[in-house]
Structures are given as C-alpha cells and as structure tokens.
Design a protein around this ligand. Structure first.
Ligand code: AMP
Length: 215
C-alpha cells in the first residue's frame, strides 16, 4: 500500500507508522527524520534546512521534494510505503503526483490522525526517542517499564531540538494554516480516511488497520 499520513505534529504519525512498518514491512518515509539525519551529518542540504527546522517553519518545497523523490525510488519502496510528514501543503501534494507517476505508483489512502489541540501540546513536550532503539516514548504517557528499558539497556531518552514550547506553538500554527487544507484535497481525491488518534496506542492502531482494511 501507498499511504500518506496526515495529522498535526504529535498526532502519532510516527508511532503508528512504526507499528505498520513492523507488522507489514512497509517502510516509513519521514521527511522530518531524513532532514534531521541530513542536519546531523552536516550535509549542504542539512545546512540549508536547519534554520527553518529550528524555528518550526517549513523547509522549502524544493528541498523536501528532492529528498522524497530520491527516497521513493529506493528499492524498499517498490511494494509500498508510508509517507510520514509529507506532503505538508498543497504545493507538495501537487509535487508528489508526478513523482508517483514516474515510478508507476499511486496513493491508496491518506489517513488523518485526528487529535484535539490541547492533547497535542502535552504529547509534544513529553516526547522522547530512545537513542539506542529509536523507539518513540513519552515521559507522561509511556509506562515506567518502557522508559526504564531504554535507560537500563544503555540508551538515553533524547528530546528533539524542536520539541520546545515556542517552536511547538509555531509548528501547530503552520499545521493549521498550511497542512490542514490537505484534508479537503485528499477528500476530493476520494482517498481520505479519518482515525481518531486519541487514547491507547494499540486501540488507535486497531482502528487504523480497520480503516486501511489490513488485518
Ligand atoms: P517532523 O519530524 O515531521 O515534525 O518534521 C520536523 C521539521 O522538519 C518540521 O518542523 C519542518 O521544519 C521540517 N519538515 C519535515 N517535513 C517537511 C515537509 N514535508 N515540508 C517542509 N518541511 C518539513
């Protein structure tokens, strides 16, 4: 399947994409992860992207288009993928169409993970990644066992540089202004599926699989 995940920062796109990847083998293609890797590696592209990322603004459409076009032609994407964090505005959704046409693919679904704004803030400020496993955790919502497991295995709970309150507020505003219009875009295309992204991660995952008719 070729899936786009829509949803605000903190709506659980990454968490749910990781679960689909583990169960069904579809690679999670996250422009945020690819950009953070470019910044960490100090590439020219990373340097061009860093200022926008630090302030929570969107990186320019041409930079992310280049990244995504290259990633989607890699072999592991041939049988499907989950786009997590791309497209983020109407221009990017339009840019994606010729990229998919070039590789002879089309989108099967755009899934909106729908979460109230006040919950998003808590999820984002509490979000941590285990440095050892890459697992996404949350100091408010993950169990003590899960958090301890990371640390006891020699990992660290890392907070993303852009998960601070000021940057989060900007990212949520940008989501409302630029990304939310994609809901209508994909509804018109007839591929939109909405899943309420609140509550237990496993229960959300069950709803997600039902919406995608996966079992
Ligand atoms: P994310 O991990 O998806 O929350 O993305 C982190 C940051 O990377 C965003 O705040 C943007 O600065 C940048 N970014 C990720 N994906 C995109 C995209 N599709 N278009 C523009 N900027 C992006």
């Amino acid at each position: 399947m070729r899936i786009v995940f829509l949803g605000a920062p903190g709506s659980g796109k990454g968490t749910q994409a990781q679960k689909l990847m583990a169960d069904f083998g579809m690679p999670q293609v996250s422009t945020g992860d690819l950009l953070r890797a470019a910044v960490a590696a100090g590439t020219e592209l990373g340097q061009r992207a860093q200022a926008a990322m630090d302030s929570g603004d969107l990186v320019t459409d041409d930079i992310v288009l280049g990244i995504i076009a290259e990633r989607l032609t890699e072999e592991d994407c041939a049988n499907g993928f989950i786009l997590d964090g791309y497209p983020r505005n109407i221009q990017q959704a339009e840019d994606l169409q010729p990229v998919l046409a070039d590789i002879g693919q089309q989108l099967d679904a755009a899934v909106l993970l729908d979460v109230e704004m006040d919950i998003l803030m808590q999820r984002l400020t509490g979000r941590r990644t285990c440095s050892k496993t890459g697992k996404l955790l949350n100091i408010y919502f993950s169990s003590k066992e899960e958090l301890d497991e990371c640390v006891n295995n020699g990992g660290e709970l890392i907070q993303r540089a852009d998960d601070n309150e000021e940057t989060i507020a900007n990212r949520l505003n940008i989501y409302r202004e630029q990304t939310e219009p994609l809901i209508g875009f994909y509804q018109e295309a007839g591929v939109l599926k909405t899943v309420v992204g609140e509550g237990d991660i496993e229960a959300i995952y069950t709803q997600l699989k039902a919406a995608l008719e996966l079992s």
